[in-house]
Design a protein around this ligand. Structure first.
Ligand code: DON
Length: 574
């Protein structure tokens, strides 16, 4: 493009951005839960985040540009999980059909060691792994953003400026956000002996402005200096000082040495669809492959949707897959994960051999299989009309992570160290147990359950899906795919469907309200213990129109999207 025209286009784009940004700051757009779009769509935990991403698409950005802008916006407007001080995973497909899986998971600091959370009696002290500076893993989010940026199109400043504006000028919080900030006020005060943006003298109310000038300054450093604006210089110095002032162990070398790692995604066939998801150090993709492989021969579509019979089969598959998770899954750079063996169809069929159609199998009778014989997280789903698909799950782990805000830099640090197995058999905050595969080692990545997923049909885009929810993540993604592929549900119906979850230990089905009493009674009769919980996951879905055959022909494709009804989740597209 000639320089002059390029300049004019840039000026126009800046003005468009200013107009959009002013409207972001003026007021929180209401959440939009369902929609149909032809050009592109962004689904995420916040209406601001979705709108910013969709505006980037309108300005000529592709799905990667939009995903980056949304992720940066969520670091401001969704501080309980959106972040620059945490980590996550991206699975994406570009317009040429190439697949990327990028691992920007946190790592254990170099000074970490296996028994660091055990007290003098050898008991695990889970407060230390879940709150405060010792729970913090070396953040990967910013390295991840620049890893994704290789596939983006627009100048980086365009992607980060909306987030900077929102942090500097503030944004109006929702009722749910006000309640959450009030609930965590004591923790913010306990873990930060300096003023932080999340604490206000009086209680937060819906519509209050949350202003984060220190975070804005940090984002500007990232804009102007790239990843080194975070991993080196003042930001890195502040992070290390904040952590070490309270006895933490992250050093400058940890930050300087952090790199996002490309991985080979988990890919498998389910009923003629290609499912692509995240490999270790997440257990998400492997669990999904195992659960789907175990139920594939059962013709679940002939059983009623959410019938006791169908739930029984799915739960037994969940139970067996999670038993394998505890023994075999960890960071592949430190532990040899038998991926192929765990996904092998014969192995999975053998795992279901003792399935009893009438009765629950007690977890005490289920162990990890013998494969060696044979040898507040948040999800962003983006699609554009060129066939680029991006699925990102990112997290600080618990709500607001460690609750530690880096002094002077205004961003929250994760508490991801709790995803390691602090001691064999001791459950972490999600009740997950583990052993050697997921023990703490310096530089190692803690095992995740995050499961950003793409589904292709005949090589063309079909679905983008993901959710938060700790260990319930893979089971929510599993059920969503089954609901859509086997039962023909719409994305809206699939997000709304009550979810159920079994993770081997504890031996119970966690489930949401909404199943008919006849179904829950049947499950109890089969021998299941049921535990009703308040909300499993927040699933974001984009489904390509089947009538278009998922063909990524520009301008012709239709995408049906749904944002989860359980929170402020929202979507925007055009
Ligand atoms: O990586 C994991 O599996 C967890 N740290 C995810 C945490 C999460 O989903 C919290 N949100 N509900």
């Amino acid at each position: 493009m000639p320089k002059k025209i390029h300049h004019c286009v840039n000026v126009i784009l800046v003005w468009i951005s200013i107009i959009f940004i002013s409207s972001y700051v003026a007021g929180q757009p209401g959440p939009v839960k369902n929609g149909h779009f032809e050009n592109g769509v962004v689904v995420c935990a916040s209406a601001y985040g979705a709108q910013i991403g969709a505006d980037i698409l309108k300005q000529g950005g592709n799905a990667y540009d939009a995903a980056i802008a949304t992720q940066l916006a969520l670091a401001v407007v969704y501080p309980q999980a959106g972040n620059i001080g945490g980590g996550g995973f991206m699975v994406a497909r570009n317009a040429k059909g190439q697949i990327q899986a990028l691992d920007f998971r946190e790592r254990a600091p170099l000074k970490a060691f296996r028994d660091m959370y055990l007290d003098s009696n050898g008991a695990a002290d889970l407060h230390k792994s879940q709150d405060g500076v010792l729970s913090v893993g070396v953040p990967g989010a910013v390295a991840g953003i620049f890893g994704m940026y290789k596939y983006a199109r627009l100048p980086f400043e365009k992607l980060i400026n909306p987030a900077i504006e929102l942090a500097a000028k503030g944004f109006k919080i929702t009722a749910a956000e006000a309640a959450l900030l009030n609930r965590f006020k004591k923790d913010f005060e306990r873990y930060n002996d300096y003023p932080v943006a999340f604490v206000k003298k009086t209680d937060w109310q819906q519509g209050d402005l949350l202003i984060q000038p220190e975070l804005a300054a940090t984002l500007k450093k990232i804009r102007d200096q790239g990843a080194s604006g975070f991993y080196q210089g003042e930001t890195a110095q502040s992070l290390v000082e904040t952590v070490t002032a309270s006895g933490g162990i992250i050093g400058l070398k940890d930050l300087d040495g952090y790199q996002a790692t490309p991985r080979t995604p988990v890919s498998f066939d389910y009923h003629g669809y290609q499912i692509i998801s995240f490999p270790p150090p997440s257990s998400g993709g492997l669990l999904l492959a195992q659960m789907m492989g175990m139920i594939a021969p059962f013709n679940i579509d002939t059983m009623g949707f959410l019938s006791a019979k169908a739930i029984h089969i799915m739960v037994e598959a969940e139970r067996r897959a999670y038993a394998d998770r505890a023994k075999y899954m960890g960071d592949p750079d430190y532990f040899q994960v038998p991926e192929k063996e765990l996904m092998n169809q014969h192995y999975l069929a053998a795992r279901m051999k003792d399935f009893n159609p009438q009765k629950a199998t007690p977890s005490s009778a289920v162990n990890a299989g013998n494969v060696y014989e044979h040898n507040e997280t948040t999800h962003i789903a983006v699609a554009d009309n060129q066939g680029n698909l991006v699925s990102i799950t990112t997290t600080l782990n618990g709500n607001f992570g460690s609750r530690v805000v880096v002094k002077g830099a205004g961003f929250l640090l994760n508490d991801e160290m709790d995803d390691f197995s602090a001691k064999p058999g001791v459950p972490n905050m999600f009740g997950a147990v583990g052993g050697v595969a997921n023990q703490i080692e310096p530089g190692k990545r803690m095992l995740s359950s995050m499961c950003p997923t793409l589904v292709l049909k005949k090589g063309q885009p079909y679905m983008v899906v993901g959710t938060p929810g700790g260990t319930t993540i893979p089971t929510s993604v599993f059920q969503t795919i089954v609901d859509i592929i086997d039962y023909g549900k719409t994305p809206g119906q699939a997000t709304e469907a009550p979810k159920f979850h079994h993770q081997w230990l504890p031996d119970q089905i966690m489930l949401e309200d909404g199943l008919p009493v006849a179904v829950t009674d049947s499950l109890v009769q089969m021998g299941y213990a049921l535990k009703t919980v308040n909300g499993i996951g927040r699933t974001e879905i984009i489904l390509f129109d089947q009538k278009a055959g998922g063909k990524a022909s520009p301008g012709k494709i239709g995408m049906q999207a749904a944002a989860d009804i359980r929170g402020d989740d929202s979507l925007a597209g055009y």
